[in-house]
Design a protein around this ligand. Sequence first.
Ligand code: SAH
Length: 202
Amino acid sequence: MGPQMGRLFKALYFAGMVAEVILRAPYERRRGQIPKTDQRVSPAEQALLAGLSVTGLLLPLIYSLTPWLAFADYPLAPRTKTRLGWPGALLLVAAVWLFGRAHRDLGSNWSPSLEIGAQQTLTTTGVYRRIRHPMYTSLGLWGLAQALLLPNWIAGLGGLPAFLAFYLVRVPQEEQMMLEHFGDAYRAYCAQTGRVVPHLPS
Ligand code: SAH
C-alpha cells in the first residue's frame, strides 16, 4: 500500500480507539459511584486485560511511531495491503458501533472486570436480547479489523491471540458469576441467546 494509505489506515485505527474511550467515559464515571457486592478480579484476568492493552495500543503505537516492527510487515504487495485495509475499516466501524450500543444497553450494569454491583439487574434487551457478550463480539471484530488495517504480524495480527486468550478465560467465569447471582433467570436467558453470535429465534 502506498505510504498515504498506510497512514490513513493507522489514523483510522487510533480514531476508533479514541471513539471507544469517549463512548465509555460516561459509564466509567458513573461506575465509580456504585458499591460492589461481589468482586472476582483475579491476577490471571488482570494479566489478560494488560495483554489486550499491550497488543491493542502499545504495539500499534510502536508500529506507527517507530521503524522497530518493520521487520514483521506482511510480505504483501502495497495494493494487496490496501485491499485488506478497506474491509478492516468497515469492521472497525462495526466494532465501535457495537461497543457503544452495548454500553448503552448495559448502562450501570457495565464493569470492566468481573463484579456485581449492589443494584445490578439482568440486562436482556437491546443487543443483549440475542447475544450475551456483545462487547466481546466487538472486541473480536476489533481484532480482525486490527489485523487488516495494520499489515504487520506483531502490531496487526497480535490482537487476535490476546483477544482469544481473554475470551476463553473470561467468559466461563463471567457466566458462572451471573448464574450464581441470577439463577434460573440467567439460565433462561442463556437458552434464548448466543454467546457472541445471535441466536436466531426458531
Ligand atoms: N459480557 C458482556 C458484558 C461485559 S462487561 C458483554 O460482552 O457485553 C462485564 C460485566 O457485565 C460483568 O462483570 C457483569 O457484572 C456484567 N454483565 C454481563 N452480562 C450481563 C447481563 N446480561 N446483565 C447485566 N450485567 C451483565
